[in-house]
Design a protein around this ligand. Sequence first.
Ligand SMILES: *Cc1c(COP(=O)(O)O)cnc(C)c1O
Length: 414
Amino acid sequence: MDEWFTQSLSDSDPAVFEAIGNERRRQEAINLIASESLTSQAVREASGCVMTNKYAEGYPGKRYYGGCEYVDVVEELAIERAKKLFSAEHVNVQPHSGTQANLAVYLAMLKPGDTILSMELSHGGHLSHGYKINESGKLYNGEFYNVSKQTGRIDPAEVLARAREVEPKMIVCGYSAYPRKVPFKEFREIADAVDAYLMADIAHIAGLVAAGVHPSPIDYADFVTTTTHKTLMGPRGAMIMCREEYAKDIDRAVFPGCQGGPFMQQIAAKAVCFKENLAKERRELNQQVADNAKALAEELLGYDFNLVSGGTDNHLMLADLSNKNITGKDAEKALGESGITLNKNTVPYDTQSPFVTSGIRIGTPCVTARGMKQPQMKQIADMINEAVTTPSAETINKVRDRACDLTSQFPVYV
Ligand SMILES: *Cc1c(COP(=O)(O)O)cnc(C)c1O
């Protein structure tokens, strides 16, 4: 065999090897990006395994390729574990991403031009929920509901009124930047009232749902989609859950509808991730994710931060910085230089452009996975307050020293 096949990465490609090493070190910063998490060594081993060499179009036992006996084992394990984790009747673990999972559901159930009703993007929705710049908004007619201006929360009566107005074929609940519990039962009633399908996209909260920290949509939604790389703390990828009656349509929409060969190395890693999430320790960790978010929110409120809806029930919060004299964009930059990674975010009814924004989104999965608890949340809130209130070079240097001190006590990689 040519030596390219047997060399280690450091020998064969120093440029890529170096970038990966730098990324590893970068990840030691305080990471408050709400959509990210940390994977276990086991998940990364599976996701980097030889199953990447395998074509397996089709489903376990019904493949279009030979030699699928072992990839069938991991896909069956992934499916069985996911069913158990979410009490789902049917699961498809092949979608490459959350966006792709959502597209597959629409493809299975809708006709071009049908109406999808989902949350306004700037209020916490996701591109794949019918926005014009995504295929879902080109093939289908996207209509949107808002959060209430007074409370920052979803008002089911407002959503019902909007649903009666636009007569959707599909209603989507589940968000990228919504800090409160999603009222799945109310959404079911709204969907029934207008005879629409209900899809719950739990990409952000799936780990909390699996742990019983957030209510589950499984008894209410016709379709539940999720990524596996957010609070589930698994590999990049996604899955779709539904009742048996829709199983065939959903499976056909994923393959051959909008994907070819499944990524078997990722499916192996999803199986590992589901096993981890079934364990008591992971359920406790996800409870701590929410407890940490609550603690961080309390501290920030104490520093006069204006949190959308006044706090959080899950793993994230949105701070509206209008009263702090700084935009989301500038806050993201100042915090980044201070050793705290997070993202700027629109807040509901934002007056700034999506590139500037008035807010920041703050999430606790990563810091919790590395072992931080309430006392560290107190320190982080104080650092955020310092950097955002006085983003001078002097303050930023001081905060960065404190951030380094904290992270060195909670290493990600040893
Ligand atoms: C992150 C997210 C997705 C999908 O993500 P991909 O980047 O396509 O994997 C879908 N829906 C919601 C609500 C999300 O937050």
